[in-house]
Design a protein around this ligand. Structure first.
Ligand SMILES: CC(C)(COP(=O)(O)OP(=O)(O)OC[C@H]1O[C@@H](n2cnc3c(N)ncnc32)[C@H](O)[C@@H]1OP(=O)(O)O)[C@@H](O)C(=O)NCCC(=O)NCCS
Length: 102
């Protein structure tokens, strides 16, 4: 079955400025970010390997990254359309979105 959900391990690679989703030792996707000052994180691009698309990996990346932003007290700028849409569909994260220009 090619579209079964996959449980990945997500981790923050701060040197590469991206959250990475690993299926065992295979990199299945990542969410790239920029840090602005001490308190803002801008999500700029999310990419899931085509072999893994549509299996919940983008959602796991967004959930982990947004939970982490909350835990660290960071405001979020969802420049990446995938993150913007994810937050629209999960309004429990709307309060994280930074107001005004980043
Ligand atoms: C967009 C992308 C990251 C989604 O990853 P994924 O692992 O397939 O996502 P999930 O399986 O968790 O699906 C989450 C939702 O994202 C939606 N989605 C798919 N492509 C999307 C896109 N380009 N923008 C916004 N939402 C998208 C899906 O329809 C799904 O919605 P649903 O839960 O209501 O069905 C992946 O398809 C991808 O890498 N696409 C190519 C690069 C790209 O377009 N990146 C986004 C712009 S930065």
């Amino acid at each position: 079955m090619t579209d079964a959900p996959v449980d990945v391990t997500v981790r923050d690679d701060r040197e590469a400025s991206r959250y990475e989703a690993w299926d065992a030792d295979t990199l299945a996707g990542f969410a790239r970010y920029l840090r602005v000052g001490e308190s803002v994180i801008v999500f700029v691009h999310t990419e899931v390997d085509p072999a893994f698309e549509g299996r919940g990996i983008g959602s796991q990346l967004a959930t982990f990254a947004l939970d982490d932003a909350r835990a660290r007290g960071l405001a979020v700028v969802p420049q990446c359309p995938f993150f913007a849409r994810f937050i629209q569909r999960h309004p429990e994260y709307a309060d994280l979105v930074a107001e005004g220009p980043a």
